[in-house]
Ligand binder design. Structure first.
Ligand code: MF3
Ligand code: CO
Ligand code: CO
Length: 327
């Protein structure tokens, strides 16, 4: 007689006696993320003021934008930052099993247009080809710059949505990681610690301090919790340009010892991994995934340095549905 080993169904309690659902316990973790199909390019009405890259030429001229912004530019950045944050909070309400990332992209694209804003990622120049969508949607082991496609979200996924809007001549850049349905305990801890890393990085951004104070605070908290800090992508100066030459590493970098000055605007956007922090790029030239397939989470804010300390420019009108404030 043959002894059959019958495994439980996904929602039955695990064979090991933990009392936890099998799918949340010993069932092999989800399959690696694979690329789905892309929908056609979404047009932007002529009435919306566009950045230079909106022509799809895959290159644009950068200029030497001052790190310290004029008060009038800061006022515009406050407004655009809030619009980006409100858009992100809205997209978060759409996250659910079965929804495709392309549907979320369509919603982001329309929300930007409704706000009379350009979705900054759309046709942004890249090493191979311009970015083809209006939001970045990074699932599970995707570190950043995941391209929205036909893949339906699965119960247990984590999803980072990164929204940048261009309005009134300035950019507002913000992201958050959302849970899709019921997520395993380790992923929940990863996302919570990543949020805390972002908070600690922001709190370390003090006038008179040094740029590398930010990465030191982030790295200390991530590594104390056994997690890794991604090196391949950094925070950046932002304003009239999406990315200026100011770099904000999320780990301690001794050379980045420039003084933090009032009037500076930059992003803090740590990507934190359960395993190896090293990444590799898909052949699309955009999607960055962890080398070991471990999950990665991220939160991002556009921050202004004031005399009193850091001010988050990407706070939504209603913080009640946004994971940065509710987790
Ligand atoms: N929003 C991303 C950042 O935080 C950049 C996205 S560039 C894109 O810097 F082309 F992928 F959209
Ligand atoms: Co950014
Ligand atoms: Co971003």
């Amino acid at each position: 007689m043959e002894i059959m080993r019958v495994l439980p169904k996904a929602n039955e309690s695990c064979w090991c006696g933990s009392g936890v659902k099998y799918k949340r316990c010993h069932k092999r973790s989800q399959e690696p993320v694979t690329a789905g199909r892309l929908s056609p390019l979404r047009p932007v009405p002529d009435s919306i003021v566009k950045p230079a890259w909106a022509d799809g030429s895959n290159h644009y001229e950068r200029w030497n934008e001052p790190a310290v912004k004029a008060p009038e530019i800061i006022e515009r950045m406050r407004r655009t930052g809030r619009e980006a944050a409100d858009t992100l909070a809205y997209l978060g309400t759409l996250v659910a099993p079965g929804v495709t990332t392309d549907e979320i992209d369509a919603a982001c694209h329309q929300a930007a247009i409704d706000r009379n804003a350009y979705p900054s990622p759309l046709l942004y120049p890249g090493t191979k080809a311009p970015y083809p969508k209006s939001v970045c949607a990074s699932v599970n082991e995707v570190i950043c710059h995941g391209i929205p496609d036909s893949r339906p979200l699965e119960d247990g996924d984590i999803l980072n949505l990164d929204v940048t809007l261009f309005k009134e001549g300035v950019h507002g850049d913000t992201n958050a990681t959302f849970f899709v349905g019921e997520v395993d305990a380790l992923s929940q801890r990863l996302v919570r610690i990543t949020k805390e890393c972002t908070e600690r990085g922001i709190a370390a951004a003090q006038p008179g301090g040094r740029i590398n104070d930010i990465g030191r605070a982030i790295q200390t908290h991530a590594e104390a919790n056994g997690f890794g800090v991604v090196r391949d992508f950094v925070g950046h100066g932002i304003g009239e340009q999406f990315h200026t030459d100011l770099q904000i590493c999320h780990y301690y970098h001794p050379d980045l010892n420039d003084v933090i000055e009032p009037g500076m605007t930059f992003t803090i956007e740590p990507m934190i991994t359960v395993g190896n922090f090293r990444g590799r790029m898909w052949s699309d030239g955009w999607t960055a995934v962890t080398v070991d397939g471990g999950r990665s989470a991220q939160f991002e804010h556009t921050v202004l340095i004031t005399e009193q300390g850091p001010e988050i420019l990407t706070t939504p009108t209603d913080t009640g549905t946004h994971p940065y404030w509710t987790l």
